[in-house]
Design a binder for this molecule. Structure first.
Ligand SMILES: Nc1ncnc2c1ncn2[C@@H]1O[C@H](COP(=O)(O)OP(=O)(O)OP(=O)(O)O)[C@@H](O)[C@H]1O
Length: 258
């Protein structure tokens, strides 16, 4: 049987008296596209941060490619590259869009500026913003800035293909985008997977993003994985939480808070 890329065994995480993740078991396999969904505050971002090795769990074990992780990711060299695409990736205001997207390559590669410029232009075209290389972030709308952040987050160094992450973690990359801009990002997520052949985990609230980017869906609520299944099964499952979530109903087992 294939070894999972990431396995959670009995992962528990609390903040103060709030148990956010309560003995969670979860497996992510090579090549999978998984959406972690659930109501606000159920620990989806926390789960991503634990997978990324940014936050240690209180108890339980995380296995990366079958190897137990001790502490956080920085403490050890991992056999698996994990990249994170944050919801609010801040851009440098004093740099142009092109300099932002190419930032890591300008700083840490031996590529010629002209080559970096071409790579940046390619990425900007991919996110549907071909003509903004020389603009500044302050001149862009929030949605445009987000697409620029996305382009920067998925910028790879062609000199070092081995650095390309095997697992990408997306934390609400389409939140706040209009439907068309969301589609651009959703297509890009899939396109990148086809190019890189990697796996990803998507945290999102958006119906279109779940349907267009996930093969498998994991539903978190009250500290537990309440349901998991193929993406098309979200429409046929009898699970009352999944049904309530996708029908946007306030009546059901999920309590609306806040
Ligand atoms: N560093 C922290 N310190 C204290 N509480 C935290 C911390 N990080 C998260 N929390 C709390 O843990 C809970 C889960 O947060 P998390 O961001 O993982 O949820 P989420 O499911 O991603 O929510 P959303 O869908 O709203 O983004 C929330 O109640 C949050 O306030």
């Amino acid at each position: 049987m294939t070894e999972p890329l990431v396995a959670f065994r009995g992962i528990t995480k609390s903040f103060g008296n709030n148990v956010i993740l309560d003995e969670i078991d979860l497996d992510i396999y090579p090549g999978e596209a998984v959406a972690i969904i659930g109501p606000s505050g159920t620990g989806k971002s926390t789960a991503l941060r634990i997978i990324a090795g940014l936050t240690p769990p209180d108890s339980g074990e995380v296995y990366i490619n079958g190897k137990k992780r001790l502490g956080v990711a920085e403490d050890q060299t991992e056999a698996l590259g994990i990249g994170m695409v944050f919801q609010q990736a801040a851009l440098f205001d004093s740099l142009t869009v092109g300099e932002n997207v190419g930032f890591l390559l300008y700083q840490h590669s031996n590529l010629k500026p002209r080559h970096i410029r071409d790579l940046v232009r390619e990425r900007l075209e991919m996110v549907g913003l071909p003509d903004i290389f020389d603009r500044y972030p302050a001149e862009l709308s929030g949605g445009m800035r987000k697409r620029v952040s996305f382009a920067r987050a998925v910028m790879a160094n062609p000199e070092r293909p081995e650095d390309r992450p095997e697992l990408l973690l997306y934390d609400e990359p389409t939140a706040g985008l209009d439907p068309i801009a969301s589609t651009v990002i959703e297509d890009l997520v899939r396109e990148l997977q086809q190019i890189n052949g990697g796996s990803y985990i998507m945290v999102t609230h958006q119906d279109s993003t779940i349907r267009r980017t996930a093969d498998r869906v994991v539903f978190l609520y009250h500290g537990k994985v309440q349901w998991q299944g193929k993406v098309h099964e979200v429409d046929t499952t009898d699970n009352p939480m999944v049904r309530q979530f996708f029908s946007s109903s306030i009546d059901g087992p999920i309590q609306v808070t806040g």
